[in-house]
Ligand binder design. Structure first.
Ligand code: TRP
Length: 358
């Protein structure tokens, strides 16, 4: 039976927020603890972060530890999951170099996430070559570990599709070598893309609309208290709108039925609370206090684990070092198989000498 292997990762360009958490991190921890996977690799994608931060290496360097702390705080257990740093696994660059031969620039540019990112960064006239080709490097990340499953956010879907294109074409040309991966998206729609606290479509550091996993209890409450809601819901008795109201979207992503009695609310579930809000008579402050209780309960153990690991930074560095060493060994093995399939394993017993003989 083929092994079930997970690979996923994040760019270390900032601290991780609750959008990352519901979009991917929470699921990774569940998958890790399910015991259903043979190997789990979680990658801090510093090399990918540098593709549009070449002039800010200090920003990437600083966030490598931030992201590692975010992982450990969320419950990624280094005994069960291998956390590593992308740039320390040089086979990934080599794999990427060979995969780049398989497809055209036009194919690459069809990737909608890449297109949107190019536009957002104002790169239209001058795209760094590394940035343009990062979807190929991502295919190297995934295939180097023979990943069968990539739990990640919706924005990564085009990367997975292009990775699958690469795997299929590589295997068709060079023989069955690479493993075809599947994406695993959050099942709850609210978790696919959590809006910012200001109601904007996405949480982003530059917009200042994020709740970070490392925020204090007080910071979280301040952000919840000032969250955007339905702007026409002026008085408690006014009917309110739930759709597009981020307070309710967050509740969709976080609230469980048992939270209602736990925090003294009379509703059986979120649908009942939404109905009350729609009818009128339910104030925003009450809803926000409930959201705050729910969020704090989820973030408290994360905060406690963070404090534990922040007091043990040398241990965190050792986890990353050992994880990177192990990841490099696995990726080297795949690179060997790839080179063999491509007939560039010249010095193996059936390499160049065998050519001469025939
Ligand atoms: N592109 C991902 C992000 O922006 C990071 C990443 C790099 C990744 N390589 C990956 C995710 C491989 C999943 C699989 O956060």
């Amino acid at each position: 039976m083929t092994k079930k292997i997970i690979l996923t990762g994040d760019r270390p360009t900032g601290r991780l927020h609750i959008g990352h958490y519901v979009g991917s991190l929470r699921r990774r921890v569940e998958l890790q603890n399910s015991g259903l996977y043979d190997e789990i690799y979680i990658m801090i994608a510093d090399a990918q972060a540098l593709t549009d931060n070449a002039e800010h290496p200090e920003k990437v360097r600083e966030n490598v530890l931030n992201v590692a702390l975010d992982y450990l705080s969320c419950g990624i257990d280094p005994k069960l999951s291998n956390i590593f740093i992308q740039s320390q696994v040089s086979a990934l660059c080599e794999l990427c170099f060979y995969y780049m031969d398989l497809f055209s620039e036009a194919w690459l540019k069809r990737n909608p996430t890449l297109k949107a990112e190019i536009k957002m960064r104002g790169f239209e006239d001058s795209i760094p070559i590394g940035f343009l080709t990062y979807p190929v490097s991502q295919a190297a990340d995934i295939t180097a570990f023979k990943a069968t499953t990539v739990p990640t956010g919706e924005d990564q879907k085009p990367m997975l599709e292009q990775t699958r294109d690469i795997v299929e074409k590589f295997n068709a040309i060079y023989g069955e070598t690479l493993v075809l991966p599947e994406i695993l998206l959050p099942s709850n729609a609210a978790c696919l893309r959590l809006p910012g606290t200001d109601g904007k479509a996405k949480m982003s550091k530059s917009l200042g609309n994020c709740i970070y996993l490392s925020d204090t209890e007080e910071e979280v409450w301040q952000k919840v208290k000032t969250m955007y809601t339905d702007q026409n819901h002026l008085r408690v008795e006014d009917p309110g709108q739930v759709e597009g109201n981020p307070v309710f979207t967050y509740l969709d992503a976080f609230a469980k039925d048992e939270d209602f009695p736990k925090y003294g609310l009379e509703y059986k579930n979120l649908d009942e609370m939404k109905d009350h809000y729609r009818r009128g008579g339910l104030g925003d402050v009450k809803v926000k206090k409930f959201l705050n209780n729910v969020l704090q309960a989820e973030l408290r153990p994360i905060r406690e684990r963070r404090a534990y690991w922040e007091a043990r930074i040398p241990e965190v560095c050792e986890i990353l070092r050992a994880g990177s060493e192990k990841a490099a060994a696995v990726a080297d093995q795949t690179l060997k198989e790839v080179k063999r399939a491509m007939k560039i394993d010249y010095f193996s017993p059936d390499g160049l000498l065998a050519v001469k003989e025939c």
